[in-house]
Ligand binder design. Structure first.
Ligand SMILES: [Zn+2]
Length: 424
């Protein structure tokens, strides 16, 4: 399956270099589309005149060579293809578009001859956008400058993720990912490219206003998995039970993942260790002793950070496994970004990361993650839909004041989340 993603890219360099890149792209796009229109018209005329097979071959040969080729070319002499761009792609694209419109009735006048408008993107050879290989000499392609893959993963969902493309004609682009929330899918796909699970294909570049947009195409291996469009997993994220999964179609099947105890115990332990160390550091003035003591503090901070991450990997894997097991096409999670105070986000950063992990793990199976409005999900009865305050008796128990149903409170919430269509 081929998937194409739009990504903004910006050329690295000073103004002069940036001007050079824009000119290269604009000219390249202009001449490419002019050439494609010339070839398209030629194919059309050849088809109408019903020329011989030999003549057709010769025509294709003439259009497979750049305008200044010594062997002869049918393109207008004024056409200057962008340096390093691949004419083979252009030829293939025109042939394909022509064949398609013939199928749709071009020759009996049902559709008109396709034309390439001036904003039709520049076709880019796979060699300039695929993952740069370290195994053999290959200068062009996608790369990052992080020290290791782990280091890259640490930055994957951060604002300053830096991935570059060493492009044709000595151009280097930086990819712009923007808001980590909104670009979560894209970021996980970039990860798949770096982990060599997705293969980059021939792509294209267009200029949209002043922005340069890369239409990055990638080949995604098919997962043989049958999912049911009607089945939705609801995930209730909480502290008592880190993740409770329920289904919209079943009032019995559930899975609680992790426990309050293991999560909080280890985390609090690490935190108090760090605090003790920080306190003792505060009373130590400069000198070698301080430097020596800073190291274990860094180590503890690392452990704290990695603990949450490892834990999130564990929880997200189990959520996705639950969805796979139940053939669910969708996973609904609460959109916690609505609680937009800085403090909340800081305190709950691990939830955010957890959602990112669920999203990219689910994507591998073609399961879609949707965010829903968290409002009232814990106060509605999942059996009869009755809403009234005070139905959640305590952290663990829910009792409906209308139908009398008694349920585990987190499971009740997870089912409401699964049934919700209040998408964000
Ligand atoms: Zn009820």
């Amino acid at each position: 399956m081929i998937l194409t993603r739009k990504i903004q890219i910006i050329p690295l360099g000073e103004k002069e270099e940036i001007d050079r890149v824009y000119k290269y792209l604009r000219d390249g796009i202009f001449y490419q589309n002019k050439a494609m229109n010339q070839y398209m018209s030629a194919l059309y005329i050849a088809a109408i005149k019903d020329i011989s097979k030999e003549d057709r071959k010769e025509l294709n040969r003439l259009y497979s060579r750049v305008s200044n080729s010594k062997k002869g070319s049918a393109y207008d002499k004024s056409i200057e293809f962008a340096k390093n761009m691949n004419l083979g792609y252009v030829v293939k694209q025109v042939k394909q578009d022509f064949a398609n419109s013939c199928k749709n009735g071009l020759l009996c006048g049902k559709v008109s001859l396709p034309t390439y408008r001036k904003n039709n993107p520049l076709l880019v050879h796979v060699n300039f956008v695929r993952l740069r290989s370290t195994n053999y000499h290959q200068d062009n392609g996608m790369y990052h400058n992080y020290e290791s893959h782990t280091d890259f993963l640490d930055h994957l969902y951060s604002k300053d993720l830096e991935v570059f493309i060493k492009f044709a004609n000595n151009i280097t682009f930086k990819m712009i990912f923007g808001n980590p929330h909104k670009s979560a899918y894209l970021r996980s796909e970039i990860q798949q490219i770096f982990e060599e699970n997705y293969k980059v294909c021939g792509s294209s570049i267009q200029i949209d206003g002043k922005k340069i947009i890369l239409n990055l195409s990638m080949d995604i291996p098919k997962q043989e998995l049958e999912l049911d469009e009607n089945i939705v997993v609801g995930v209730d994220l909480g502290l008592a039970i880190p993740a409770m999964c329920g289904l919209n179609t079943n009032d019995y099947i559930r899975q609680s993942i992790g426990s309050k105890d293991d999560f909080l115990r280890i985390r609090t332990q690490l935190q108090s260790q760090r605090r003790r160390l920080q306190k003792s550091l505060a009373s130590t003035s400069g000198g070698h002793g301080r430097q020596k003591k800073l190291k274990p503090l860094e180590k503890l901070k690392d452990r704290e950070r990695n603990f949450v991450k490892t834990y999130n990997h564990y929880v997200s894997k189990n959520v996705v496994d639950f969805a796979v097991k139940n053939k669910a096409k969708y996973i609904n999670v609460e959109d916690l970004s609505g609680f937009d105070s800085n403090q909340f986000i800081l305190r709950n950063w691990s939830f955010y990361e957890l959602q990112q992990f669920i999203t990219y793990k689910a994507a591998k199976y073609g399961i879609e993650v949707r965010k829903i409005n968290p409002y009232h999900t814990s106060q509605i009865c999942s059996c009869c839909g009755h809403w009234e305050e005070g139905q959640r008796i305590d952290q663990a128990h829910f009792k409906c004041k209308s139908c009398g149903a008694e349920l585990n409170a987190d499971f009740n919430a997870s089912r409401n989340i699964a049934m919700s269509t209040d998408f964000v």
